[in-house]
Design a protein around this ligand. Structure first.
Ligand code: UGA
Length: 441
């Protein structure tokens, strides 16, 4: 099939590469000509395991192309995905300007029947608004062409997006049209061979499914973080509790890891957008408001622990941080707990020396004051002469540590672990003071 994808960001690139890889002819469109130029030279603007190879292979085979020419891409395509960003505005509402700008281009260039697919995470009702907008624009220009809209939310996790696309748990399509059902089934057929993953819902149910899924996962995390804080006061080990409850299949082991709060570009944004939609509709989502509040508090936990250890005395203190990305296998630092921690340390008068296997270039773009922050080339050099080590991200490279060696490197023997990577007794044996999340201190 001929497919056009508007937006060559994270979702657009992964979707484009995976659809091209099964033989569809895909054009990815972006208004950023530099980005398109780079993509055409094989330079991928984001870090995602496996994506560069997949894109370049399909580009060389002529199945995947990158362009700023929206007209040509729209006219060639049967299916047109909208995968542009929907960032939160000040009030937490999703900003739909890019989505509607794309809808306008599609309306202007459409030359025969198309399916317009909203892949971006959009508030309930947006897919219908896209339809109305295209119709209104066509009527205005007296250029009426048949088309359908549908919603097809993504459930990709950064760091495992290709695997999530190719081995999806489900593929949700929100539509009220038989023709769309048939065309979207054809589009996803190569990824739907072993068992039927396609689920056809109403458009509004499909849009809400995306938000409800992220809100449910965020709820699991905040719930666990709240129980972890209680466990700490009761001197119960949350890691044992986690295993105890996760083994109940009704609860499950996924997304119940306590930590220093959820981050990234999705959970915080989608929880805010859902709360905002609810408020606008006059509905009070009490549980979700608490999920958001608990998460904001949790992101301050690591600083609060350090502050307690140092009795609020930050003069000449240097903190080593392992892990800057909001989670492993990505360079994404959006809403990362490490940022709240670093900013609080600076505010208090301390310095930071940090290491991350992938996110350091990203960090450099965000924070350039070298008097406050040193980015270290190696994990081990990062702890040299620091007053404490804090772990913010559970990269595999941090899981094995010689604690006796660590004790010698640190000026004060303090380890604050925001991801519960170690067995407390083992760390304490080396003479280190170990502060984890919900583990009795
Ligand atoms: C999330 C969803 O998992 C995807 O299904 C969805 O498609 C995506 O958002 C999106 O809306 O586009 P992602 O933001 O990449 O994916 O990251 P996750 O792996 O879900 O992690 C989110 C945050 O939760 C991270 O900060 C992680 O550290 C935290 N987390 C996760 C915990 O604190 N505990 C857990 O047990 C699991």
């Amino acid at each position: 099939m001929n497919i056009a994808i508007f937006g060559s960001g994270y979702v657009g690139l992964v979707t484009g590469a995976c659809l091209a890889d099964v033989g569809h002819k895909v054009s990815c469109i972006d208004i950023d000509s530099h980005k398109i130029e780079h993509l055409n030279q094989g330079n991928i603007p984001i870090y995602e395991p496996g994506l560069e190879a997949l894109i370049n292979r399909n580009r060389q085979e002529g199945l995947l192309s990158f362009t700023t020419d929206a007209k040509q891409a729209v006219q060639r395509a049967e299916l047109i995905f909208i995968a542009v960003g929907t960032p939160s505005d000040q009030s937490g509402q999703a900003d739909l300007r890019s989505v509607f700008a794309v809808a306008d281009s599609i309306a202007d260039y459409m030359n025969n029947y198309k399916v317009v697919i909203s892949k971006s995470t959009v508030p309930v009702g947006t897919t219908e608004q896209i339809k109305q907008r295209i119709v209104a624009r066509q009527q205005h220009h007296n250029h009426l062409i048949d088309f359908d809209v549908c919603s097809n939310p993504e459930f990709l996790k950064e760091g495992s997006a290709i695997e999530d696309f190719t081995r999806a748990a489900r593929i949700i399509i929100g539509t009220d049209s038989q023709r769309v059902t048939q065309l979207m089934s054809e589009c996803y057929a190569p990824y739907n061979r072993n068992r039927n993953k396609l689920m056809f819902l109403d458009i509004r149910a499909s849009e809400l499914t995306k938000y409800a899924a992220n809100a449910m996962l965020a709820t699991k995390i905040s719930f666990m973080n709240e129980i972890a804080n209680l466990a700490e006061h009761l001197q119960a080990d949350i890691e044992q509790v986690r295993q105890g409850i996760g083994s109940d299949p009704r609860i499950g082991f996924d997304f119940i890891y306590p930590g220093c709060g959820y981050g990234g570009s999705c959970f915080p944004k989608d929880v805010s957008a859902l709360l905002n939609s609810a408020t606008l509709t006059g509905v009070n989502l009490e549980l979700l408001q608490s999920v958001q509040r608990v998460n904001e508090r949790q992101k301050h936990l690591l600083f609060d622990k350090l502050n307690q250890v140092f009795n609020g005395q930050w003069h000449n203190k240097t903190i080593a941080i392992w892990g800057l990305a909001f989670k492993p296998n990505t360079d994404d630092m959006r809403e990362a707990p490490s940022r709240i921690l670093m900013e609080a340390i600076w505010q208090a008068g301390g310095r930071v020396q940090a290491f991350d296997p992938i996110a350091m270039p990203e960090c450099k773009k965000l924070y350039s004051d070298e008097s406050k922050l040193t980015l270290c080339e190696q994990r081990d050099a990062c702890v040299d002469n620091a007053d404490a080590l804090v772990i913010c991200t559970e990269w595999k490279a941090f899981r094995t540590v010689d604690f006796e060696w660590l004790k010698q490197q640190l000026k004060t023997p303090v380890v604050v672990d925001g991801r519960n990577l170690f067995e407390p007794k083992r760390v304490q044996q080396a003479g280190l003071l170990y502060y984890a999340v919900g583990r009795g201190n």
